[in-house]
Design a protein around this ligand. Structure first.
Ligand code: ZN
Length: 299
C-alpha cells in the first residue's frame, strides 16, 4: 500500500546531498570568517566571558567533517556490509544431468548437487527468473553501499552444488544471504513464502547459531516482499504466515551466516506466472527483498 513503485528508494541519497553540500559551502566560509574575527579580537586568550556565539566558530571544522560523515552514512547505510545473493539453480543445469545428480553431504544426509528448477507452463525457467531478480537486487543493494556477491552469474556450466552455494556465503563472511527461487506447485496454489533454516546439529551441519538471526532476516523479507509486490503469503505452505522452516536444504543446513530462501510465487499457477514473467513485477520483488535485507542489517 505504501509502496511507491520500483524507483522508490529509502532513504533517498542524492536529493539529500545537494542541499547539504550547498549548506556546507555557505557554512564553511562563514565559520572561517567567524573564527578569524574571534582570533583577531584575542578571544582565545581572555578566558571566560566570551559569548557562546563567538565561541561557536572554533568548533566549526570538526562539525563540518562529522556532518560529511553523517551524510555518507545516510546515503550508503550498508557500507561495510556483505550480502550474498544465491540465484537458485542454473540455466544450463539441464545439460549436465550427471554432474548435478551427484550426491553431496548436507549434514542430515546426502542430496543432489543441484536441480534444474521448475518453469512456467509456457517455458519461462525458474533459473532465468532467479538470476534476473538477483541482478535487480544486486543493483538496489549496491546503491545502499553494500558489497554484493552472487553465487553464480550465468558464468558456469552448472551449479554450484548446494553445499558450495552455502560455502560461498560462509567464505564471504556475509552479513546476510538470500537464495532466490520460484516454486513449482499445483495450479491454484499461490503466493510467496520465505524458508528459514531449522535447528540442525548433525554431521557437518550446525545451524544453531544462525537460526535466530535467519528468522529475523526472513520475517523482514517476507513482510517487505508482500508490501512491495502487493501479493499474499502462500496459500499452501506456512498457514498464511509466508514462512516455512526446513532442515532438508543443504544451502541452509551448511550455512554459518544468516540465510533464507524465498519462493517468490508458484510458476505453475497461471496467475502467479503472469506476475513472475513480468519485468515490472520482478523489480518490485527485488525491491521488497532489498528492503527486508536493509531493515535486517540496520537492526
Ligand atoms: Zn528453486
Amino acid at each position: 500500500m505504501s509502496y511507491a513503485g520500483p524507483e522508490f528508494e529509502s532513504p533517498q541519497p542524492r536529493p539529500r546531498r545537494r542541499p547539504l553540500t550547498l549548506a556546507l559551502a555557505v557554512l564553511v566560509p562563514g565559520a572561517l570568517l567567524g573564527w578569524l574575527v574571534y582570533e583577531g579580537v584575542g578571544g582565545a586568550a581572555d578566558g571566560g566571558g566570551t559569548p557562546a556565539a563567538v565561541n561557536a566558530p572554533v568548533s566549526a571544522p570538526p562539525t563540518v567533517s562529522s556532518t560529511t560523515a553523517d551524510d555518507k552514512a545516510l546515503s550508503a547505510p550498508l557500507r561495510g556490509k556483505v550480502v550474498v545473493i544465491d540465484p537458485g539453480h542454473n540455466l544450463t543445469n539441464f545439460r549436465h544431468t550427471a554432474e548435478i545428480n551427484r550426491k553431496v553431504d548436507i549434514g542430515t544426509g546426502r542430496k543432489a548437487c543441484d536441480t534444474t528448477g521448475t518453469s512456467t507452463n509456457s517455458g519461462y525457467a525458474e533459473a532465468k527468473f532467479s538470476l534476473d531478480v538477483a541482478h535487480r537486487l544486486r543493483t538496489l543493494l549496491e546503491r545502499q553501499g553494500a558489497t554484493v556477491k552472487l553465487t553464480q552469474d550465468g558464468d558456469r556450466p552448472y551449479g554450484p552444488c548446494v553445499d558450495e552455494r552455502a560455502r560461498i556465503g560462509n567464505r564471504a563472511k556475509a552479513d546476510a544471504v538470500v537464495s532466490i527461487h520460484a516454486d513449482g506447485a499445483g495450479a491454484g496454489q499461490r503466493g510467496y513464502h520465505v524458508i528459514l533454516p531449522g535447528r540442525v546439529h548433525k554431521g557437518i551441519a550446525d545451524t544453531r547459531r544462525i537460526v535466530v538471526p535467519s528468522a529475523a532476516l526472513g520475517k523482514r523479507i517476507a513482510a517487505d516482499f508482500g508490501r512491495a509486490t502487493g501479493t499474499k503469503p502462500s496459500n499452501y505452505i506456512g498457514h498464511g504466515t509466508g514462512l516455512d522452516t526446513r532442515t532438508d536444504l543443504g544451502g541452509l543446513n551448511l550455512s554459518t551466516v544468516p540465510k533464507v530462501f524465498i519462493e517468490c510465487g508458484n510458476m505453475r499457477d497461471s496467475k502467479d506466472a503472469a506476475l513472475l514473467t513480468s519485468a515490472a513485477w520482478r523489480q518490485k520483488a527485488a525491491q521488497g527483498i532489498s528492503e527486508g535485507i536493509v531493515s535486517f542489517l540496520r537492526g
